[in-house]
Write a protein of this length. Structure first.
Length: 188
């Protein structure tokens, strides 16, 4: 998979198939499920997506192909060290409010996906709980942003924060591909 899927291509492909959510929300849901502890080899995510974004209808082949590619790309990024995860958001030159809205969609999707897999937040670390509280705040942001440097900086910081928080959740709750070798201590 050489070309990374981007926000526009995923959003367009989904809307061509009558799926009314944008790429950011779908990516958020996938990340949320994975960061909430869904196994990377679990195929139930497609079903979960069809229930959350497609009224329970199965996706057609092309939509399934797009979603599969996105899922694989997301798994790959989460498993890579060095914070490789890229949130699926509009390009930097897109209007700031489009990016802001997409970020909110992403965060709402993340919380939805996360909730599907992580009902028991009591088990989570304080850091994860705090990140999710912040996500809840971000999800409620409604203020349109000014297209100025200050807002750009603020949005950039929130996006970075969301990314780092998602990676934190994944590192704490996510399943490694080596689950069956979990008991052997890792050698650093």
């Amino acid at each position: 998979m050489d070309k990374q899927l981007d926000y526009d291509s995923v959003s367009n492909k989904l809307s061509q198939h009558g799926i009314i959510v944008d790429g950011a929300e779908v990516h958020g849901i996938l990340c949320g499920m994975l960061c909430g502890g869904m196994s990377l080899t679990d195929q139930k995510w497609l079903e979960a997506l069809s229930e959350t974004i497609n009224q329970g209808d199965t996706f057609n082949d092309q939509a399934t192909f797009t979603l599969n590619s996105l899922f694989n790309q997301t798994c790959q990024q989460l498993l890579e060290p060095e914070f490789a995860l890229q949130l699926l958001l509009p390009e930097d030159h897109a209007p700031i409010n489009d990016r802001g809205t997409a970020l909110i969609n992403w965060v709402q999707g993340f919380m939805l996906g996360f909730g599907l897999h992580q009902q028991d937040l009591m088990q989570c670390s304080e850091d994860v709980k705090e990140a999710l509280e912040d996500f809840a705040d971000i999800a409620r942001m409604e203020e349109p942003m000014e297209a100025d440097e200050e807002s750009e900086k603020a949005l950039f910081e929130v996006i970075e924060y969301v990314k780092v928080s998602a990676i934190l959740c994944f590192s704490e709750l996510g399943q490694s591909l080596l689950d069956d070798q979990q008991d052997t201590p890792s050698v650093h």
